[in-house]
Ligand binder design. Structure first.
Ligand code: 5GP
Ligand code: ZN
Length: 123
């Protein structure tokens, strides 16, 4: 379900340059930019350039490109920040934890004891 039409989508505005972002990478199909929330140092989002509500609305090419871009960002983070680990996280639908309904994937450089939780794990 597309819970935000493309015309009022915050990430479409960001892709179009209608709202500012700290862009770190861009290619034909994807864009990567700093998450405004910075859950941890170096928290980057990889989004499709085309409006797609979630993973299921991506073409195979877009899905492949998103993972290639995530790998590129992870490699850059490994160089620049020397994290102890890196988490990729991607939510689909409100019940899946998604809050912005334009496909994106989180790249989270991690340190032991950084206090972040993986919300799908049972107590
Ligand atoms: P979700 O909860 O859908 O997986 O992730 C949405 C993410 O988008 C959140 O981590 C939030 O901080 C980020 N975000 C929301 N609005 C903006 C914005 O205008 N600019 C940027 N750079 N990130 C945003
Ligand atoms: Zn959009």
């Amino acid at each position: 379900v597309d819970e935000s039409p493309a015309g009022e989508c915050i990430f479409c505005k960001l892709v179009n340059g209608d709202i500012p972002s700290a862009k770190v990478y861009e290619d034909e199909l994807t864009i990567a930019f700093m998450d405004i929330g910075q859950a941890c140092e170096g928290h980057v989002l990889v989004a499709s350039k085309r409006h797609a509500a979630n993973l299921l609305e991506l073409t195979p090419e877009e899905a492949g490109a998103a993972m290639q871009t995530a790998r590129r960002i992870a490699a850059a983070a490994a160089q620049a920040l020397e994290p102890e680990g890196i988490t990729l996280f991607q939510a689909n639908g409100a019940a899946g934890g998604q809050t912005v309904f334009h496909f994106h994937l989180h790249v989270l450089p991690r340190k032991a004891g950084d206090g972040l939780s993986l919300t799908w794990k049972r107590e």
